[in-house]
Design a protein around this ligand. Sequence first.
Ligand code: DGL
Length: 266
Amino acid sequence: MKIGIFDSGLGGLLIARAIRDALPSYNLVYLGDTLHVPYGSRSHETVYELTRRAVEYLFTAHNCQIVILACNTASATALRRLQQTWLADTYPDRRVLGVVVPTLEKAIGLGHTHIGLLATEATVKSGVYGEELRKLNPEITISAKAAPLLAPMLENGGLKYIPPVLADYLAPLKASKIQSLILGCTHYCRLSDHISQYMGRDTPLISQADITPPSLKDYLHRHPEHDEKLSKNGNIQFLVTDLTDGYNQHAKDAYQDVVDLQLVNY
Ligand code: DGL
């Protein structure tokens, strides 16, 4: 069986690469829902349904034992409902994991009292980062800023137009004197240099490309009942729900290696 990595688009490829580097023997399948990206401006109900269908496809057509929702928007708006209702009723032996709690655990570990979050509109509106943080450590404050234009610009090859837009989103976070900043969207890992430059070296960035692989390794170590079901031939597949020349180019730029995107339908 395989580990599935799901994202709304191609932003999660950087996370897939980091997982492949950390767990090179595991069979991985990446699914980017390029037909429906961006998720960040959609309703919670729509993100839930798109995510549920994608996870079910990874379970049934690709024999995934575990699916990681690399997508923050899906993790924030759909994961809890998926785990508590659909998964428990339909696939009780499989697992769907998100990125919100591991990201917060890393942020808390830095020992700061005021954390920033840059994320999509849906993630910020869900309030899930704040809710989970209160459970983990109610003494820490989080200031969140929605950045609705960044993911669509990146998905459409607009990297060179990003700096002024990014500066506009980051200005209130900088003014509120956050001590670290969570890059709360898969796509923002690609912007870490730009973001660091604006925020300054004193504000460490918390990137899910760094957090997800050790967190997954730890999970597999703590859950040998899942780990032993996973095939370990070092295969990786890349699936998308819409394929264009632009997506092929974007995938190559983001993954920085050969990526053979396969078009799938479900
Ligand atoms: N990949 C999504 C996330 O991590 C953002 C992009 C989108 O809006 O679809 O939140």
